[in-house]
Design a protein around this ligand. Structure first.
Ligand code: NAP
Ligand code: MG
Length: 403
């Protein structure tokens, strides 16, 4: 059988620990036998990041800008313990943070649904994709504890030195706390464009929610920027695609989400997205079944699994013990990237291969063969727990039948 040819290379970002082990297995077993795989390889493993003073991460992000599509393995974000474990020169920043800053992107997280792993909310029959604005608000705040008898004000000094003051609170009778947060219109606009592009790309409605009735300047600015960009740049595209942009208050959105069937994108401000993505992920099942894609406002895509490097499993693996690590989200990172590359390069057979690999993966689990994390959740009667490698072999058995 002839292998599927590629035109433009994918930017391949390798990573750390158990996911690095899985990465190689996926390539060897499920991709290289079928595709004449072209990638531009960047090793974002912590050893290489340390060796290159993290330049490799920057290079990989710039390559993604150049080629348009990347696939990334999970990577360690160093902390104090990793400094000694890897003998690091510096506590390098999160690669995801660095890449996101260069691409100015928004992260979309979506669950993979399979029969037998039932969402805790039974009406959720289609995925709910969460888009989180990853700039500002309380994540870049300035806050203080305030003594009784103090007066707190917001002070803004413009470029000519003029001051505008606004009272926050006069503390009388009790000590208290204050907080200053900010956002920038440019970042909100990028967020809006990434959301609208991704909605068009995946043919799903998009919901956006803030608390603009209470926060009449801050949250209302988010609402206005989204509305303006939608009206001027996206309205007719949405009409042609038969999808909708729907704005509502955050509390109304929560109530509607719980009652919904799923099948839409929910765009959230930074904090709402932080909280709601964990809620939605938990309700859909396992972290091993959650995909993640970073989309830039100019239409550059970086696909990955939402989970980390699965350290606990890796240490077992190093000791020679058997592991049963779920590779589904990492497989779907590859299929997402290959399908997108196929679309951009007009290679329908590459996109079709991505579909087949996803179907073979889902079929394996629905036929009762799964890793330990799913085994404890699955309601199937004849289920069987397999190890990391067996699971990929089982997928390949089914994939072979379809290609
Ligand atoms: P994690 O790697 O996501 O794993 C947390 C736990 O969730 C695991 O111990 C495992 O539970 C379960 N789990 C996650 N993915 C799984 C999978 N594919 N199959 C089976 N079980 C899975 O998070 P972490 O342990 O907090 O972080 C580990 C490292 O990953 C850290 O160095 C962190 O910096 C990094 N990280 C990277 C990214 C990224 O690159 N995008 C994201 C998050 C974290 P059991 O142990 O109970 O089996
Ligand atoms: Mg969170």
């Amino acid at each position: 059988m002839a292998k599927i040819e590629m035109k433009t290379p994918l930017v391949e970002m390798d990573g750390d620990e158990m996911t690095r082990v899985i990465w190689k297995m996926i390539k060897d077993k499920l991709l290289l036998p079928y595709i004449d795989l072209k990638t531009e390889y960047y090793d974002l493993g912590l050893v290489k990041r340390n060796e290159t003073n993290d330049q490799i991460t920057i290079d990989s992000a710039n390559a993604t800008k150049k080629y348009g599509v990347a696939v990334k393995c999970a990577t360690i974000t160093p902390n104090a313990q990793r400094m000694t474990e890897y003998n690091l020169k510096e506590m390098w920043k999160s690669p995801n943070g660095t890449i996101r800053a260069i691409l100015d992107g928004t992260v979309f997280r979506a669950p993979i649904l399979v029969k037998g792993i039932n969402p805790l909310i039974p009406t959720w029959t289609s995925p709910i994709t969460i888009a989180r604005h990853a700039y500002g608000d309380i994540y870049k705040n300035s806050e203080m504890k305030v003594k009784d008898g103090s007066k707190a004000e917001l002070v803004v000094t413009d470029k000519d030195g003029n001051e505008t003051r606004q009272l926050i609170h006069e503390f009388s009778g009790s000590d208290g706390i204050i907080q200053g947060v900010h956002n920038i219109n440019e970042s909100i606009a990028s967020f809006a464009r990434s959301c609208f592009n991704f909605a068009l790309d995946t043919k799903q409605d998009i919901w956006f929610s803030t608390k603009d009735t209470i926060s009449k300047k801050y949250d209302h600015t988010f609402k206005d920027i989204f509305a303006d960009i939608f009206e001027t740049e996206y309205k007719s595209k949405f009409e042609n695609a038969g999808i909708e942009y729907f704005y509502t208050l955050i509390d109304d959105a929560v109530a509607r989400v719980v009652r919904s069937k799923g099948g839409y994108i929910w765009a959230c401000k930074n904090y709402d997205g932080d909280v709601m993505s964990d809620m939605v992920a938990t309700a859909f099942g396992s972290l091993g079944m959650m995909t993640s894609v970073l989309v830039s406002p100019t239409g550059v895509y970086e696909y990955e699994a939402a989970h980390g490097t699965v350290t606990r499993h890796y240490y077992k693996h190093l000791k020679g013990e058997e592991t049963s690590t779920n590779s589904v989200a990492t497989i779907f990172a590859w299929t997402g990237a290959l399908r997108k590359r196929g679309e951009l390069d007009k290679l329908p057979e590459l996109s079709a291969f991505a579909d087949k690999l996803e179907k073979a993966t889902v079929r394996t689990i629905e036929e009762g063969i799964m890793t330990g994390d799913l085994y404890v959740l699955s309601t199937l009667e004849n289920k069987k727990k397999v190890n990391t490698e067996q699971f990929l072999d089982e997928i390949n058995e089914r994939l072979k039948q379809t290609v």
